[in-house]
Every structure is written in C-alpha cells, then in structure tokens.
Design a protein around this ligand. Structure first.
Ligand code: ATP
Ligand SMILES: Nc1ncnc2c1ncn2[C@@H]1O[C@H](COP(=O)(O)O)[C@@H](O)[C@H]1O
Length: 185
C-alpha cells in the first residue's frame, strides 16, 4: 500500500513529482492547493472563504482544510493508497491526519518525503511559474509561513521514523529517479 506525503518549501517540486508518481503508480494525487484553487475559481462556499488566504499566501484555517481532507480520503479511490501534496502543513494538521487515518483504518505504512531545495532556487522557480500567488512579496511570505508553520513537521515525522529526505535541487528527471527508488523499496 503506497501512502506518500510530500513535504518541502513552496516551489520544491512537490506538485510536479507527486503528479508524475501518482500517474505511474495509479494512485490519486491529492493536492490541497489545487482543490482550493479550483474552489476559488468556481466561487464555491469553500472557495469564497479561502480566497483571501490564498491571495496573501497565508494558510487557510485548519478546520476548513481538515474537513476537505476527511471527505477526500473517505472516497473510494483513496482506499488503496494516495499521494498527499500540501497537506499536512501544520503540526495540528499532522495530528489530525494521524487520528483520521486510524478512524478510516488507513494507518500504517505512510512515508513522508521531504524535498530539499535552497531558498534562492525556489524563489526563481516560482517567479518563473507565475501563478497568482507567485509575486515576489507573496513568495517571501509563503516561505516565512513555511518556516514557522510547516518546517516543524520535519522533526514531527523524523521522530516517528517516517521521514525520507530527497535532494530536490536536481533536474526533475533525477528527482523522479530518486523517488522511484524509495517507492519501490
Ligand atoms: N527539479 C526541478 N528543477 C527545475 N524546476 C522545477 C523542478 N521541479 C519543479 N520545477 C518547476 O518549479 C516550479 C514549482 O514546482 P511545483 O509547482 O511542482 O512546486 P511545489 O512544491 O508544488 O510548489 P507549491 O507548494 O508552491 O505549489 C514549477 O514551475 C515547476 O515546473
Ligand atoms: N494544508 C493546507 N493548510 C492551509 N492552507 C493550505 C493548505 N494547502 C494549501 N493551502 C492554501 O493554498 C495555497 C496554495 O497551496 P500550494 O500547496 O502551494 O498549491 C497555500 O498558500 C494556502 O493558502
């Protein structure tokens, strides 16, 4: 059973790698950022609530994202594994996920991949990507939020012996090759 969680700063390549791996392994790629961006585009009640957070590069409130994840991991296609990209993003969310996986009888076997990329590289990648939230000001704020809210998850998962670090500062193909070695091991 493959259950992977991608960690790493904005622009580390989580989405790029998670999408490829999900296709190759025939698993759902669950990106909370993509779900939220679609909700904003469709102006659903979730999207209306989330929009100002995404625009500023702030995290949406835990409860909003936890409800979304609970619904998504309960769907039939998530019962034989999944790849999470962008969740969890806070220690509270990680604790919620542990409890949710027990409730859904999906606990055990998950692995957490920390994609390591230096700040100057992620900033230049994101400026080039050019998403709405990829302005220099918002990128710098997202990096601060990453450091204060999300980076503590490295210790959280390391303490649980679930963490695997991968050098994300290589070509996409080289990162994929390193990831595949982990997934088949
Ligand atoms: N190994 C790589 N080398 C160079 N560019 C890359 C690499 N991986 C991804 N990119 C590019 O960097 C940008 C950011 O990648 P991606 O969207 O996958 O990052 P992310 O970690 O999901 O970011 P975010 O958390 O902001 O959504 C994209 O334009 C992508 O094409
Ligand atoms: N897990 C999350 N918690 C809070 N906010 C989140 C979460 N995942 C995504 N968001 C919001 O969406 C944007 C974009 O996310 P990406 O993963 O970078 O695509 C992020 O800045 C948060 O506002």
């Amino acid at each position: 059973m493959t259950r992977l969680i991608f960690l790493g700063p904005p622009g580390a390549g989580k989405g790029t790698q998670a999408k490829n791996l999900a296709q190759d392994c025939d698993l759902p790629h669950i990106s909370t950022g993509e779900i939220l961006r679609q909700a904003v585009k469709d102006q659903t009640p979730l999207g209306v609530k989330a929009q100002s957070y995404l625009d500023k590069g702030d995290l949406v409130p835990d409860k909003l994202i936890e409800d979304l994840i609970e619904e998504r991991l309960g769907k039939p296609d998530a019962q034989s594994g999944w790849i999470l990209d962008g969740f969890p993003r806070t220690v509270n969310q990680a604790v919620f996920l542990e409890q949710l996986l027990q409730k859904l009888h999906q606990q055990g076997g998950e692995r957490v991949i920390n994609l390591e990329v230096p700040d100057d590289i992620v900033i230049s990648r994101l400026l080039e990507r050019g998403r709405n939230d990829d302005t220099e000001e918002v990128i710098r704020h997202r990096l601060e939020v990453y450091r204060s809210e999300t980076a503590p998850l490295i210790d959280f998962y390391s303490d649980r012996n679930l963490l695997l670090c991968v050098n994300g500062n290589q070509s996409p193909e080289e990162v994929t090759a390193d990831l595949k070695k982990i997934v088949v091991s």
